[in-house]
Design a binder for this molecule. Structure first.
Ligand code: FAD
Ligand code: NAP
Ligand code: SF4
Length: 665
């Protein structure tokens, strides 16, 4: 892609992600290794995680910043690594404004955000100037550190966006009031950065094209802002969708692929500079479709390159089937970032651990049996075989995947199919002997040098009188066994599986899953596809899908249901409950099940839930039968995934544990 002063080798931009490795100098060698692999994997242009241009702009105390020449040596390791691999890299300058998690936060106005406890100080006119100068200094330093450009973060509700949108900005001076005055800060930053860095340096402006807040910008104001930053000297405009505080999912797995490219496409005829489309672009097919149809000039993919560093090379070789696809779960990336942990990836535990988790060829090839082809067993078998071991993977089922075969049936979790497709391909590539339909007994394992048990879990059967009543089912019966479920249902257990079963039972199978259709998704969440409403969302047009069943979700703990769900996605699931008309009861004591239904005690009072079915989703316990039988014979085995520990188990732990064990065998 020709930018005039430089050419990018393709139209894939690796979008900015805060990995947690940006904050401390000692982590920069790991950051360099992380980016080197993505540049070697073919990404055309990489954007780093956000660096604050002033200390007021910190995301958190002592978080990443670029404010001094002392910080340059650590960055040179990053830029050199990317350039040696033939890539290009821009540094993102991000001023958190009122999203900062520290007492020194500033913003356009003194309006507190709902996602930080700290009320911001409204910047004075001189204060605004100081922040702008910070951006200019940051860009100059980035150039000195060897970066090919900067991305100026003007979206997602961070400081610049806090000026551009009336949602926060209620100023009446030169930086507020009319749309032109509100976005003046963006124009000043772009113009002054351009003046400071010269003509041959990439300036990406990340523009909030859809605030997803009722008092966000309207479309003519967004077009005005885009034209103004173009005139001020931006090289390209990247798309930003939704403020962090907006209560509409923008990247989670229930968002359809490419759901928001229509916004970038609408801006195309209004400006002359290249536009980058973003959000839920996770396959070469989707990316190619956007480019071929002219909706955008480049595609941004962030999490998909965490999941597979080789994404672009594989796409270029027409090997899309070999890509480890991002399933948009957020479990190891964004959820980690928001808990101040190093980011990684559920489907690729090497992400951000490139220097530590290395799959070296073995010098001591052995025969390894892996029992259980769920996520833990699949990861273990393929890594061990890649390293040169002779691996046989057993499963009693006729298909690989374990519990993922249930997860993929839940509306909104269709992406889970991709992980099974990827592992199927990996099994073939690495030459694993696959033995399906085999319930393994200890004697089947006599010939092997090493035994790995990845036999997963059994559903927990709680001690509630009447659980053998014919109206009682468990999640296996519903999601795997295809049990017919009546119109009135009580679900025991409001964990991840309880929520998923509620979503599954709420959905009318004749309707499209909202996650598979942009129109259905927009209708479900009240997004204005015509872009006539301010912020792209009127807030009153939402017509969420209603549950086709009368569902009650129950838990014993007296706390909000689904508290343990993902940090960045739990709210979506909880909102869905209410929007679908599903009732949640907490602080419940289960008394019994009989012909009348489920008897419970809540707040000291007894009640009967008159339901057709009670579905038990009360957690899981390790499946240890094979482990115990082997132990009885004095044979050693490695335990991973649910077979090792069911508490806290999820696919992230299972895949990581399988991969780590296989790297050491
Ligand atoms: P399993 O997936 O349980 O696999 C164990 C395998 O061992 C099975 O295939 C079984 O057939 C086989 N096996 C057992 N005994 C034998 C034997 N003797 N011989 C041969 N084969 C045997 N996790 C997340 O992280 N995110 C999610 O969004 C998510 N959603 C979920 C939704 C649902 C509806 C369900 C049910 C689970 C979900 N999970 C999710 C949980 C996740 O799927 C599990 O944590 C993960 O599958 C555990 O992996 P595992 O390999 O340890 O075990
Ligand atoms: P879970 O999240 O631990 O939830 C178990 C539920 O069962 C809790 O609500 C618990 O609530 C209840 N429970 C526990 N013991 C009980 C008992 N003896 N009697 C009655 N109720 C009992 O486990 P899960 O739902 O089985 O999920 C399994 C794993 O898959 C979890 O680790 C989860 O993270 C993962 N998963 C993740 C997602 C996701 O979207 N990220 C989706 C599905 C599954 P009370 O104790 O309060 O009653
Ligand atoms: Fe994608 Fe989930 Fe990996 Fe994040 S953790 S990159 S969302 S697959």
């Amino acid at each position: 892609m020709d930018l005039g002063f430089t050419t990018l080798r393709n139209r894939v931009l690796m979008g900015s992600m805060h990995t947690g490795l940006e904050d401390r100098a000692k982590h920069f060698p790991r950051l360099a290794a992380f980016f080197r692999e993505r540049a070697e994997g073919g990404a055309g242009l990489i954007v780093t995680g956000g660096f604050a241009p002033t200390l007021r702009g910190w995301l958190a105390p002592l978080a990443s910043s670029l404010v001094s020449r002392h910080q340059l040596p650590r960055h040179r390791g990053v830029t050199n690594a990317v350039h040696e691999a033939g890539g290009r890299i821009c540094l993102q300058l991000l001023h958190a404004g009122r999203y900062g998690y520290h007492p020194f936060v500033v913003s356009s106005s003194a309006r507190k955000s709902p996602i930080s406890p700290f009320r911001p100080k409204a910047l004075s006119g001189r204060g605004v100037e100081r922040q702008i100068k910070g951006f200019v200094r940051g860009a100059r330093l980035a150039r000195e550190a060897g970066y090919d450009g900067v991305e100026l973060m003007g979206s997602e509700g961070y400081l610049i966006n806090q000026f551009t949108a009336p949602h926060v900005n209620d100023r009446r001076d030169d930086w507020g009031g009319s749309a032109e005055k509100r976005y003046r800060i963006a124009v000043e930053i772009v113009a002054r950065v351009r003046e400071a860095v010269g003509p041959d340096f990439i300036i990406i402006y990340r523009l909030s094209m859809l605030d997803l807040l009722p008092d966000g910008n309207d479309w003519p104001e967004i077009v005005g802002q885009a034209r103004a930053v173009e005139a001020a000297g931006a090289t390209m405009i990247n798309t930003g969708i939704g403020w962090h505080e907006a209560r509409i999912p923008t990247i989670a797995t229930m968002v359809p692929r490419g759901a928001f490219t229509f916004v970038t496409a609408r801006l195309k005829p209004e400006v002359g500079l290249p536009l980058v489309a973003t959000n839920r672009i996770n396959t070469p097919e989707v990316a190619e479709g956007i480019l071929a149809s002219g909706e955008a000039d480049m595609v941004s993919m962030a999490r998909p390159l965490l999941a597979d560093a080789e994404f672009v090379n594989k796409a270029a070789r027409d090997e899309a089937h070999r890509i480890n696809t991002c399933i948009a779960c957020n479990q190891a990336c964004l959820d980690h970032t928001f808990k101040a942990r190093t980011a990684s990836c559920l489907v690729n535990p090497r992400a951000c651990h490139e220097t530590e988790l290395v799959y070296r060829p073995t010098a001591n090839a052995r025969r390894i049996a892996v029992v259980g082809a769920g996520p833990a067993g699949l990861a273990c078998a393929t890594v061990a075989a890649e390293r040169g071991h002779e691996v046989t993977l057993f499963d009693q089922a006729e298909a690989i995947g374990g519990q993922f075969n249930m997860a993929k049936r839940v509306p909104g979790k269709e992406e889970f199919h991709e992980t099974l497709r990827y592992f199927g391909e990996r099994l073939r590539e690495t030459g694993v002997n696959l033995a399906l339909g085999r319930r393994v007994q200890p004697e089947d394992l006599a010939e092997f040098d090493e035994i790995v048990l990845a036999t997963g879990v059994h559903p927990r059967r709680p001690d509630i009188p009447g659980l053998d009543h014919p109206s009682v089912l468990n999640y296996l019966d519903v999601l795997q066994g295809g049990a017919a479920v009546g119109g009135r249902v009580a679900i025991i257990g409001a964990g991840g599986i309880g929520f998923d079963v509620a979503e599954f039972l709420a959905h009318d199978p004749r309707e499209p899953s909202p996650s598979l259709s942009r129109e259905a998704f927009a209708r479900d969440w009240g997004i204005d596809l015509e872009l006539e409403a301010r912020g792209g969302v009127s807030g009153v047009t939402a017509e969420p899908f209603q549950s086709v069943r009368q569902i009650t979700l129950l838990q014993r703990k007296d706390e909000k249901p689904g508290k343990g769900l993902g940090k960045t996605t739990g709210w979506v699931h909880r909102m869905n409950l209410g929007r679908r008309g599903i009732q949640a009861l907490t602080g419940v004591r289960y008394l019994r099940v009989d012909d009348d239904g489920l008897w419970i005690e809540i707040g000291g009072e007894q009640r009967t839930l008159q339901v057709d079915h009670v579905v038990v989703c009360a957690g899981q316990v390790p499946n240890c039968e094979l482990a115990e039988a082997l132990q009885a014979q004095g044979r050693a085995a490695h335990l991973i995934g649910g077979a090792f520990e069911a508490r806290e188990l999820d696919a992230k732990h299972a895949i990581r544990q399988g991969s780590i064990l296989a790297s050491s065998l």
